[in-house]
Ligand binder design. Structure first.
Ligand code: ATP
Ligand code: MG
Length: 403
């Protein structure tokens, strides 16, 4: 098949420079796959017969960074674009199912393509044409994720490939080829050798994929290897969670919907999520069952408790997460409208939006100490219940009676 791939000028230049130095060079992997799929690749990786120091000397007039000399990678900067240029290589033995003990350079592009994970990631291209040794183009056309070589062997070399297969299927909307699929289920325990950081990175991308629901439901047993908590859910409830998560578009809401009712903090700490994510997911999951009465004082108390943005998130989570009755959905809509009004009218819902501060009370003669805080909180309650105006004079008048 004749395939033409639109490369940026800088990528063409990098290939030309290597060729002019007497080496073979191709763009390779994800960029070729994405270009064939019609999307714009974010980065263009280059594979070449040149050895690392040959790469450096070909690009002596450009900025180069020694990204991973041991693995044969030199980053070349052309017009501010960064290219990872890597020597053709064969991965050595994998004694820990994780990373090759050593890599060996080779001068055959075929050997380099053979070490790659999936047929769709195993294409190389330059202006002489495409190198497709494993049927990658056909698999892209048929939307199939399939291992290069024998799946069991490839997963045993590197267990992370299990999650990469799921990730590409979820993100690209592809199916997993049958032998590859069977092998994933069979070898799922190899993930125990993989660091949680790498697991999390693949899992997060999978979660954002258009086919996340199908993939995470078909491979629930695989997810259970690193999130055993979900085994308590049963297939049907897990699918329900996935359906909910598919209705929202951000990671925090998705995680909250998947893990609500479980110890989300424990799960996310294990997965090495960042602190902000953990904090927000914890807050949302803990409040998922709290009733939001669509009345001004109740909504104000919710804002005071969670903060504006978190409350808005909680409402989105509730909308996606539960099979609510018509009335309950209307209630959530109304609560959202109330939040908007409170914000627009700068209404008071917290000590920081109250028209007096502790220092004002002290200036008005109330002795420093716990009493000040007590009076402030009491006034806040009354303001929220609309029994007291949020004006300095009114508040000081009230406070004076408490002396
Ligand atoms: P994206 O950048 O969108 O995540 P990608 O295909 O570029 O997708 P990378 O992780 O950037 O993925 O890897 C670049 C290429 O290196 C892949 O296309 C694949 O050919 C190869 N590769 C990456 N990780 C592995 C692995 N664990 N086993 C075998 N080959 C791999
Ligand atoms: Mg990439």
């Amino acid at each position: 098949m004749d395939i033409e791939i639109k490369m940026p000028e800088e990528a063409k230049k990098a290939l030309n420079i290597l060729k002019a130095c007497g080496h073979e060079a191709y763009v390779v992997g994800g960029c070729v796959r994405d270009a064939i799929l019609g999307s714009v690749p974010s980065d263009w990786d280059i594979t070449t017969s040149a050895l690392p120091d040959e790469i450096s000397s070909c690009f002596k007039n450009y900025r180069t960074i020694n990204t991973g000399l041991k693995h044969g990678t030199v980053t070349v900067v052309i017009n501010k674009m960064h290219f990872e240029v890597t020597t053709y290589r064969i991965d050595g033995k994998y004694s820990d199912n994780r990373r090759p003990d050593e890599v060996t350079f080779t001068d055959k592009v075929a050997m380099d393509l053979k070490r790659r994970d999936f047929t769709i990631n195993s294409l190389a291209y330059n202006k002489d044409g495409i190198v497709d040794l494993f049927g990658g183009i056909e698999d892209i056309k048929n939307k199939i994720v399939k291992c290069v070589g024998v799946p069991d062997e490839r997963f045993q070399e590197d267990g992370l490939r299990i999650l990469r297969a799921m990730r590409f299927a979820a993100v690209l909307g592809f199916a997993v080829e049958e032998k590859t699929r069977e092998s994933i289920h069979k070898n799922k325990n190899l993930l125990r050798n993989i660091s949680y950081e790498r697991i999390n990175s693949e899992f997060s991308k999978t979660m954002m994929g258009i086919n996340c629901r199908e993939i995470l439901s078909e491979y629930k047993d695989v997810v259970e290897v690193f999130i055993p908590e979900i085994s308590g859910l049963g297939d049907e409830l897990w699918t329900e969670r996935l359906n909910s998560a598919a209705l929202v578009d951000n990671t925090i809401l998705k995680l909250s919907l998947l893990f609500y009712g479980m110890d989300a903090e424990l799960i996310l700490r294990r997965l090495k999520s960042d602190n902000d994510t953990i904090k927000k997911v914890k807050l949302l999951t803990l409040n998922m069952d709290g009733e939001i009465i669509p009345e001004i004082p109740a909504v104000k108390r919710w804002i005071n408790k969670l903060g504006l943005e978190n409350l808005r998130m909680l409402i989105r989570m509730k909308n996606a997460g539960l099979k609510y009755s018509e009335t309950e959905i209307k209630g959530l809509r109304k609560a959202e409208a109330i939040i908007d009004t409170i914000v627009k009218e700068n209404q008071c819902y917290s000590l920081s939006t109250l028209a007096v501060k502790g220092t004002d009370l002290v200036a008005a003669g109330i002795p420093k100490g716990p009493k000040v805080g007590e009076i402030l909180n009491e006034m806040l309650e009354k303001v929220i219940d609309d029994e007291l105006e949020n004006k300095k004079e009114a508040l000081l008048g009230y406070a004076n009676n408490k002396k």
